[in-house]
Design a protein around this ligand. Structure first.
Ligand SMILES: C[S@@+](CC[C@H](N)C(=O)[O-])C[C@H]1O[C@@H](n2cnc3c(N)ncnc32)[C@H](O)[C@@H]1O
Length: 393
């Protein structure tokens, strides 16, 4: 086993420390800048290596003790060894660095923080003999009794599940809102027990409750079905939606990748008309219910792939809001957005690298006015951004 002593130069975009030997970078988890560590090499390639810490020779004053007993092996968190304030600084600098490097822009604002622990309203648990999370870079499961990131009602449900016979279950999704809870079991399941939750679903079949749960976000009501996307951190979601709302100033709005219609409904009072487009049919059914229960008359929804729906129609819009998955926008969608020629584009992104790529494709025609990073996923390397783009005159 090859052992080395190295000094950490900086953190990479995945929260790993970077050290160098003969100018070859070594990526090492659970390390901070200026720390000296003894490591062994776990992977050796021509252009990079990966290492694991054996011993901390000099620790950073920024290091905090991780409160999670599973941190070393669980694949969930990356930054539990850094205080929350320092995590926010890291995320803000990361966005600044990416946007400067790939777009040559200096328009990134201060990050808006959220909550470090107990913020998640949803988790996916893997099941074999144990209930838990995947280990880092593995399909092995690490059994957990509770998780520091999730709402404590989810931890209570995990505790209850541990006492039940779930032998043929492969995967369990737990979701909670301010009022309700839902558990979805996947696998060859024959449920012979009840659970103290509002809705139980087995694969696609509703066993208990309505098959959806309800949430209230700043006075708007939302129903959420089991396969519909819903932001996992309510505080982070409201921070992001408020920023989007700040940029909406009337006119016709396209809400692309609209999920259950949350953003479109949130901004509908400041808009003339809103049209939401979303691939997931179940999310669109939820969006139509959400329109009705909020008594909103100036919003409609279409189910389909954003690029295709835009190609097949001749929409006019003053503002286009996009909130795509991590992969960002595809070329068809970008070309269609450019063709529609809105005055503003509001880009909600969950990956600054694909955001930078897409901004480069839009920036001939649009000025990138400002980008605000938001923390939604404390203790992980992930960071969200809301960008405002304005049509050049
Ligand atoms: C990050 S979520 C945003 C949802 C919503 N804006 C919200 O805040 O809850 C991205 C959404 O895009 C949808 N989606 C993914 N690919 C799509 C595509 N090609 N066309 C339309 N919607 C898509 C997903 O189903 C998901 O609901």
């Amino acid at each position: 086993m090859k052992k080395l002593i190295v000094k950490i130069e900086k953190l990479d975009h995945f929260g790993r420390g970077i050290a160098r030997i003969n100018n070859i970078p070594i990526f090492i988890e659970n390390c901070l800048v200026n720390e000296e560590v003894e490591i062994f090499i776990t992977k050796e390639k021509k252009n990079f290596m990966e290492g694991k810490v054996i011993k901390y020779i000099k620790k950073s004053p920024l290091r905090v003790e991780s409160l999670c007993p599973y941190y070393d092996s669980c694949g969930g968190c990356d930054l539990l060894h850094l205080s929350y304030d320092e995590q926010l600084k890291y995320k803000e600098n990361k966005v600044k660095e990416i946007i400067k490097k790939f777009c040559g822009l200096n328009c990134v604002k201060d990050i808006v923080g959220s909550k470090q622990f107990n913020y998640r309203n949803k988790i996916t648990l893997q099941v074999n003999n144990n209930i838990g999370y995947f280990k880092k870079k593995s399909n092995d499961i690490i059994a957990i009794d509770k998780c520091l990131l999730v709402d404590n009602r989810i931890n209570k449900i995990i505790h209850d599940l541990k006492h039940l016979d779930i032998r043929n279950v492969n995967k369990i999704v737990i979701r909670v809102t301010s009022f309700e809870s839902m558990v979805v079991f996947y696998g060859n399941v024959n449920l012979n027990f009840d659970l103290n939750v509002d809705t139980i679903i087995v694969n696609n079949k509703v066993i208990k409750g309505n098959g959806y749960i309800k949430e209230d976000i700043n006075g708007f009501k939302f129903v959420i079905s089991s396969t519909s996307f819903f932001q996992v951190n309510n505080i982070g979601m409201i921070n992001i939606y408020d920023k989007v709302l700040e940029y909406v100033d009337g006119g016709n709005v396209l809400d692309l990748y609209c999920g259950t219609g949350t953003i479109g409904i949130y901004v509908s009072k400041k808009s003339n008309k809103v049209l939401g487009i979303e691939l997931n049919k179940e999310a669109i059914s939820d969006a139509l219910i959400n329109k009705k229960i909020n008594d909103i008359n100036n919003i409609d929804f279409i189910s389909g792939d954003v690029g295709s729906v835009l190609s097949q129609n001749n929409f006019k819009a003053d503002i286009i809001i996009v909130d795509p998955p991590r992969a960002g926008l595809d070329n068809k969608s970008i070309n269609n957005i450019i063709k529609i020629n809105p005055k503003k584009i509001i880009y909600v992104s969950c990956d600054p690298v694909t955001l930078a790529r897409d901004l480069n494709l839009l920036k001939d025609k649009y000025e990138v006015v400002e980008i605000t990073p938001f923390d939604m996923f404390g203790n992980t390397y992930h960071v969200e951004c809301v960008s405002l783009l304005s049509l050049k005159s």
